[in-house]
Design a protein around this ligand. Structure first.
Ligand code: HEC
Ligand code: HEC
Length: 346
């Protein structure tokens, strides 16, 4: 059967995770080369963990902010989570940490590392059909992955995130590429994903940490702002339905490459089929709802095929946008591209 190669370019709608995404023409087509996404020629190679040790920085303004940024990444729930004592500081809507997805303090290859993020922004983003700054991108995850609200641009927390990303991006040339940026290409099986099969995979390979009900394992009592030992995968303390992780192809790629915990790129512990079905099972459950998703991808022509919310500009059913098969949708989007581009240009 024909396997459709879903490259990162289509995964994140524009390849916006990468320098290649600055060319909007590369978006929505499967033509962005997988090798480029996996290991772009001359790309910066992420250094060993001790190169990103913020404790070695001097005790000056920059060092203190970079350290706070790393702390915010690992223990987001303790500073800006929904259970912190100071209600004015409750910016995140869930008790996840940025590092729940951006693993190893956002330094792990192919776990959406921030190494280089400071050098690749500003960049074109299909979700906004605009050039976004790194601050706007941070707030994108605040409003979606963290199901919360924007951090003020002049807040100490925003400055800390940006400073930490700047520190992680040292030596990456402006506009440069980083090997292992974003998530790797995922070969989606050309069929509808099967949440029922996924539930078996879940019980065998995921439930021991994330719990039979997907609620994770809290590190302390509810209300104590101590976050999770194992984060929840669905329900009211999870990412919302506008988050990148709520797209099936993104979730499949993340799970194949990084789960169960400890999995390294190139040594998957689940097959493509298992990743695809278990991701569908995870995403088949309720989660926080983001308002006004119809405003996402205003250009329409580069709306990713696995964005499971209306409008469905290609006329395909909602179920197919959520569970696939995605190959036919991608081919269809390619055929519709010129028409959609014309109508969005007016
Ligand atoms: C539930 C998982 C999840 C959590 C939690 C999360 N993110 Fe993300 N983040 C993603 C995904 C997936 C992407 C890439 C996909 C996309 O563009 O939507 C991303 C992309 C990013 C990027 C762009 C990286 C690049 O290389 O272009 C930044 C910056 C970022 N996130 C910051 C944050 C910050 C700051 C937090 C915590 C306040 C956070 N994220 C929490 C899933 C998450
Ligand atoms: C050994 C424990 C363990 C197992 C088994 C495991 N995970 Fe995870 N998972 C984690 C931890 C811990 C994190 C947070 C990131 C980190 O600290 O590395 C995480 C993060 C995640 C995330 C992103 C964060 C979030 O809350 O949404 C997803 C999605 C996920 N896991 C899915 C799965 C799936 C699907 C499986 C089964 C194939 C699985 N995990 C198996 C421990 C585990």
């Amino acid at each position: 059967m024909l396997k459709h190669l879903i490259t990162l370019g289509t995964l994140c709608a524009t390849g916006a995770l990468h320098a290649q995404g600055s060319a909007p023409a590369a978006a929505a087509s499967a033509s962005v080369s997988a090798t480029q996404a996996a290991a772009p020629a001359g790309a910066f190679v992420i250094r060993p963990a001790d190169a990103y040790d913020t404790s070695k920085l001097p005790d000056d303004h920059y060092g203190r902010l970079a350290r706070y940024g790393k702390e915010l990444t690992d223990r987001t729930f303790a500073y800006i989570g929904p259970e912190v004592k100071n209600t004015k500081m409750r910016f995140a809507g869930n008790n996840l940490a940025c590092a729940s997805c951006h693993q190893a303090s956002a330094t792990k290859k192919f776990a959406i590392p921030w190494v280089g993020a400071h050098a690749t922004f500003p960049q074109y983003r299909a979700r906004e059909d605009e050039v976004s700054t790194v601050e706007e991108r941070i707030n994108g995850c605040m409003e979606r992955s963290m199901a919360g609200k924007k951090l003020p641009l002049d807040s100490r927390e925003m400055k800390a995130f940006v400073t930490y990303m700047h520190f992680l991006s040292r030596d990456v040339p402006t506009g440069g590429k980083v090997e292992g940026q974003g998530l790797p290409p995922f070969k989606a099986p050309n069929r509808r994903a099967d949440p029922a099969v996924g539930s078996t995979v879940y019980a065998e390979k995921c439930a021991s940490c994330h719990g039979a009900e997907g609620a994770g394992l809290r590190a302390g009592a509810p209300g104590s702002a101590t976050g999770y030992t194992f984060p929840p995968l669905w329900g009211k303390d999870s990412f919302n339905n506008g988050a990148g992780m709520s797209r099936l192809l993104f979730a499949s790629s993340f799970i194949k490459t990084n789960m169960p915990q400890g999995t390294q790129y190139g040594q998957p512990q689940v097959t493509d089929d298992e990743a695809y079905d278990v991701a569908a099972f995870v995403l088949s459950h309720p989660r926080p709802v983001k308002a006004h998703l119809e405003r996402d991808f205003p250009g329409r022509w580069n709306k990713p095929v696995d964005s499971a919310f209306p409008p469905y500009v290609d006329g395909a059913p909602a179920d197919q946008h959520k569970y696939g098969p995605f190959g036919p949708l991608q081919d269809n989007m390619k055929a519709l591209k010129d028409t959609l581009m014309k109508s969005s240009a007016k």
